[in-house]
Write a protein that binds this ligand. Sequence first.
Ligand code: SF4
Ligand code: SF4
Length: 408
Amino acid sequence: MKRRDFMKSTAVATALTASGAFGATALTAEAARSDKPMVRRYSPLGKTGVKMGDIAFGAGRLPSASLILRAIDRGVNYIDTAPDYGPSEDLIGDALTRFRQRDKVYIASKFCHPIPYQSGRSHLQVGSSRKEYIESVESSLKRLGTDYLDVVFVHAIGEKASFGDEKARLVDDEMLEAVEVLKKQGKIRALAVSSHGPHNMEKLMLEAVRSGHFDAIMPAFNFMQFPKLPEVLDEAYRRGVGVVAMKTLAGDKKAGAKSGGPEFAQAAFKWVLKHPGVSGLVITMKSVSDLDRYIPASGQGFTPGDQKVLDRYAALHGMDYCRTGCGDCEAGCDEGVPVATILRQQMYFEDYGDEKRAMQGYAHLTKSAAACLACSGDPCNDGCAYGLKVGGKLRAAHRTLSFDLQVG
Ligand code: SF4
Ligand code: SF4
């Protein structure tokens, strides 16, 4: 969005906020005419001035600049990227500058360094200086070829078990002072926070909403997990804090097959988007067929037929899907194995087909699942209310993610 348009949209959003009208709007004439699936619903993201399409582009595995242009042609207007998503910011910058598309999209990026994805060390933590926060944004701007970000995220809060440590990231003076400077300079429009757990995600999101520091939140949210999240969403809605959802496909098991094909993805998206206050969801797109698979859910209501599709998926995969953002079984492990994080890497490898980054992420963990190979009795199994055979899954994950094929 251009600065002038941004100011206009901010004024519109403020007016909408004042009148309590946070509702979604508009099917564009372009969408109505197109024979391709188009984004059909756009909603204000809280009071940020961003009016985002309900299906947003997750650029974590962006293969080419051209896919960004194709998505924009389909009405996608919100792109989620990060410095540690490989060449993502460079490719987006290439697409937007060469083809002058910056004014067609909102860009969200993260406070982090461009070092391997999911290493956990790339996200700026408490202890990072104001200067590092500012430099993080400035280097994103350089790669993206733009002079402002619409949204910047404190990313992946809830990775440490200590609630206090993670809460400190929400109120870190160095981060907040950097944000003040960056907002004054017009380099960022809004501050947000994201979490896929595994620890205290709902509590941390609620803290963020109530803190008054954050313009938007991006929690993991799907039909199989996070029963308390709707309370957080209600609070966010009341306070005019925008909500974008992620990890909406509940593991995306057997994508392309009957249980996980387009019908499933669309049902899962519609379930998330039926919640008032959820302006949109970020889904990783890495091909044109992903656009075709995901975008048809835009602007559609959730139906009893969708519920049946989700019920079937839950019946098939309920005892196999490690709930993103959980971590309940970790207390039963004396070795301190970060079960949820490892099984998330395994999900990236096995279900998302993102082998390289999953293995990189696993290699960077401070604790692997090697201890599980010699564990007797798998006491962690007892801690999983969903019935997952946790120990067995961890041993399989270790072999897959570390290429350790010898040990059984
Ligand atoms: S299998 Fe044993 S070592 Fe591994 S997570 Fe479970 S309890 Fe911990
Ligand atoms: S294995 Fe079960 S208890 Fe452990 S993190 Fe996954 S869903 Fe939660």
